[in-house]
Ligand binder design. Structure first.
Ligand SMILES: NC(=O)c1ccc[n+]([C@@H]2O[C@H](COP(=O)([O-])OP(=O)(O)OC[C@H]3O[C@@H](n4cnc5c(N)ncnc54)[C@H](OP(=O)(O)O)[C@@H]3O)[C@@H](O)[C@H]2O)c1
Length: 339
């Protein structure tokens, strides 16, 4: 593939906390749409278009698929065949924390699990190292010193360049930061869920991240696609909500749909799609380094990146959004950040 020469001209890059690493304001996640169930030509087209648009950061995890591991395998294949020679232009992350293989060493936060999982991820992606290795969720039964120690080891082994944590509470984030600082491997970034229907990070976490100099990459900023025009007039075939999985029916309750419709009207007045306004809104706080989106088509991705053309909000717009941007009961990851 010959990459587009002007690919770094249009996207914004923001510093992750007090680190040296810049991340694109919009990053691409491969949680869904990149497993064995998705057409390979579409997977490839989305990743290569992302790269051409200036998206340098691709986010994975051991369990992304289905089946678990297949997103990493597929991404490794795209890298080898479509992006060979561009490894140093890419920031690739993976994670371990959720159920991955049978037995007591296949999930949570032990050193045994994390380091074995990272080795497996590297093999699947055909990489020598990842840029960021995350603890995917807080493990209440493993000493935090052990989980953070495993991240530090991964960095010292050269298998990861930076360490990250995902869905940790404000308090656990402070503890994790202190442990890793002492080990000499600072926490680069926190990956929490955040959107207009799920604002939990505003209470405390953002202040902690600012204070500690940790970056923040917010996931599901479109609330899995519900903060777009996708469900305004029903559930289209092929959409994420059309098959059983991570969008529960109550997420599309009448109460939530009323909020989504009102937000859609505000977006229209701003001359943006609701998806674009949702992304601009998620990025309005400078502590947020990047909005981590998913996409099931190149067109969705292109529309999302165009959100960067209008990031500013007037105080009146923000106040109006606040009336509808209230908790929609959609945070599937609340348990981890309550630990
Ligand atoms: N750390 C964690 O625990 C964790 C958890 C969840 C996610 N993540 C990360 O965050 C990434 C993003 O999560 P997500 O996929 O839930 O994010 P999202 O951006 O909130 O939702 C993406 C989905 O929204 C729909 N969509 C996207 N752009 C659209 C547009 N312009 N118009 C209409 N619909 C649009 C598509 O759904 P359709 O399929 O219906 O088209 C797409 O698959 C994941 O891939 C993963 O990397 C991390």
């Amino acid at each position: 593939m010959s990459a587009q020469k002007d690919r770094y001209q249009n996207l914004q890059y923001r510093r992750s906390g007090r680190s040296g690493l810049l991340l694109p304001a919009i990053s691409l996640g491969l949680w869904q749409n990149f497993g064995a169930d998705a057409p390979s030509e579409r997977r490839r087209a989305i990743v290569l278009r992302a790269f051409d648009l200036g998206i340098t950061h691709f986010d994975l995890a051991n369990n992304y698929g289905p089946p678990p591991g297949s997103a990493e395998e597929n991404f490794g294949q795209i890298l080898a065949t479509g992006l060979a020679g561009h490894r140093d232009e890419l920031v690739i992350s993976t994670k371990a924390g959720y159920d991955m293989w049978p037995g007591p060493y296949g999930e949570w936060g032990s050193r045994k699990y994390l380091l074995a999982s990272l080795d497996q991820s590297l093999k699947r992606m055909r990489l020598e190292y990842v840029d960021i290795f995350y603890s995917h969720r807080f493990d209440p039964d493993t000493p935090l010193e052990e989980t953070m120690g495993a991240l530090d080891t991964a960095v010292r082994q050269g298998k990861a360049l930076y360490a990250g944590i995902s869905s940790y509470s404000a308090e656990r984030t402070r503890e994790a930061a202190a442990i890793l600082r002492q080990l000499g491997t600072p926490v680069l970034i926190h990956q929490p869920s955040y959107s207009m229907l799920n604002r939990w990070i505003e209470a405390e976490l953002l202040d902690v991240l600012k204070d500690e100099g940790i970056g923040c990459i917010v996931f599901s900023p479109l609330a899995q696609g519900t903060l777009t025009d996708r469900y305004l007039t029903g559930i289209p075939e092929g959409s994420r909500a059309s098959h059983p999985g991570s969008i529960r029916p109550e997420m599309l309750s009448e109460a939530n749909l009323a909020k989504i419709r009102a937000l859609n009207e505000i977006a229209t007045r701003r001359g943006q799609s609701l998806a674009q306004m949702a992304l601009a809104w998620a990025l309005r706080n400078p502590v947020v380094t990047s909005a981590l989106v998913g996409a099931s088509s190149v067109a969705q991705l292109e529309q999302n990146v165009a959100a960067l053309n209008k990031l500013e909000f007037s105080p009146a717009e923000l106040a109006e959004i606040d009336r509808y941007a209230t908790d929609g009961g959609i945070n599937l990851w609340a348990k981890s950040s309550a630990g």
